[in-house]
Design a protein around this ligand. Structure first.
Ligand SMILES: *Cc1c(COP(=O)(O)O)cnc(C)c1O
Length: 374
């Protein structure tokens, strides 16, 4: 018999398909499913496979190393990677048919050298900074960049597949002026490409917030991340549920031990919680090493026997304690899941721990089993 993991993230395929349907109602552009950071903690192989089966033939991963790892099993479809450092194995990337973002002169130089060495054209997406002030060429550098890549393309060293950028304030109700300016700069970047005679197959700018709230940012392809997983990029503006999305993940764990205690008992490191009545405590076998933030200590609750059972004392590395009068060893408790099931949501966890839903998912560690359901 298989040894069941004590903590499990159940990942719903039905919810995934529902979210893809919602996305397709928002845009006619091609979809690039963003599956970086282990598919936002959901399991990259699983999500990549489901995306492929839903007809999505573009995947985006941040690090080149993540892209190369996924390529071992995901041999079909396009994969774009945009994070790597000087000295990265670009030859392997080219040979493994990974599309590369290019946003600096050193990257052009190293990638074209690798393409020459491998005898194959590197597929590149030119990255322009339109206002995020992070990665990508300055707009003013683009005329020169396009002249360079045009010459490289003529020699079969590169194939210019895309021109792209990233929005900084698309989720913000008061961010429209910034988004408009970013779109104007992106338009200027496209104009430079046209003037240089560089043909761009795919212009792409929008992530989840652009998809939901700025249609003019859609261009040829969009790059949904958080919405694929059923959460809103800004729950204060519209919750996932308002948007018709459903969270894929239900995070559950088994109670491993209960203990009945009198009043006056201190719980966990530092005794930040002391019981004030006779009660039952239960031990849950996940902790901050699994991504259950220490900030959740004494603040959040889990669902045990259809009731909210508060976390008592500090969250430890591998376990935490709840107060759950009806709990028994072997009971399954739920930390968070889809809205409207009586569970707290990842948004609730984010709010109570001063972070965003993205971070709640990305922290989830490798000891949590990812289990596809439906
Ligand atoms: C992470 C990321 C995305 C997806 O962002 P969401 O807000 O999750 O949709 C898209 N594009 C880039 C460049 C990213 O880094």
């Amino acid at each position: 018999m298989m040894n069941q993991a004590p903590a499990r993230a159940l990942i719903s395929r039905r919810a995934f398909e529902q979210n893809i349907d919602v996305l397709r109602q928002h845009t006619d552009a091609k979809l690039m499913a963003i599956v970086k950071a282990n598919g936002y903690g959901h399991g990259v192989e699983l999500i990549a496979q489901w995306a492929w089966e839903a007809g999505i033939d573009w995947l985006g991963l941040a690090q080149l190393n993540e892209a190369l790892a996924l390529r071992q099993t995901h041999t079909h479809g396009h994969i774009l990677a945009w994070i790597y450092a000087p000295g990265a194995n670009f030859q392997r990337a080219i040979e493994q048919n990974i599309d590369l973002s290019v946003g600096s002169q050193w990257a052009i130089d190293e990638i074209s050298a690798a393409a020459r060495a491998s005898g194959r054209a590197a597929r590149i997406h030119i990255k322009v900074d339109t206002g995020m002030t992070r990665g990508g060429f300055d707009l003013g550098d683009l005329p020169d960049v396009f002249e360079q890549v045009k010459a490289l393309a003529r020699d079969g060293i590169v194939e210019v597949v895309g021109l792209w950028s990233h929005l900084s304030c698309a989720d913000d109700r008061n961010g429209d002026a910034v988004t408009d300016q970013q779109v104007a700069r992106f338009e200027q970047a496209r104009a430079y490409a046209r003037q240089a005679g560089v043909d761009i197959e795919l212009c792409h700018l929008a992530a989840s917030a652009g998809i939901l709230w700025h249609r003019k940012t859609h261009y040829d392809m969009v790059r949904p991340g958080i919405v694929l997983y059923g959460l809103s990029p800004n729950p204060a503006r519209a919750s996932g549920h308002d948007l018709g999305l459903e969270a894929l993940m239900t995070l559950e764990a088994d109670v491993i031990l209960t203990r009945d205690v009198p009043p006056g008992v201190g719980v966990s490191y530092g005794h930040t919680f002391v019981t004030d009545h006779h009660t039952r405590l239960a031990v849950v076998p996940v902790g901050y090493a699994d991504g259950i933030l220490r900030h959740a200590s004494d603040k959040l609750s889990v669902t045990a026997n259809d009731q909210q059972a508060p976390i008592r004392g500090v969250v430890c590395m591998d376990q935490f304690v709840i107060e759950a009068p009806q709990a028994q060893a072997g009971d399954t408790i739920v930390l968070f899941g889809p809205a409207n099931n009586g569970y707290l949501t990842a948004d609730d966890w984010a709010q109570k721990t001063d972070t965003i839903n993205y971070e709640i998912f990305c922290h989830l560690g490798p000891r949590i089993a990812r289990i596809p359901v439906e």
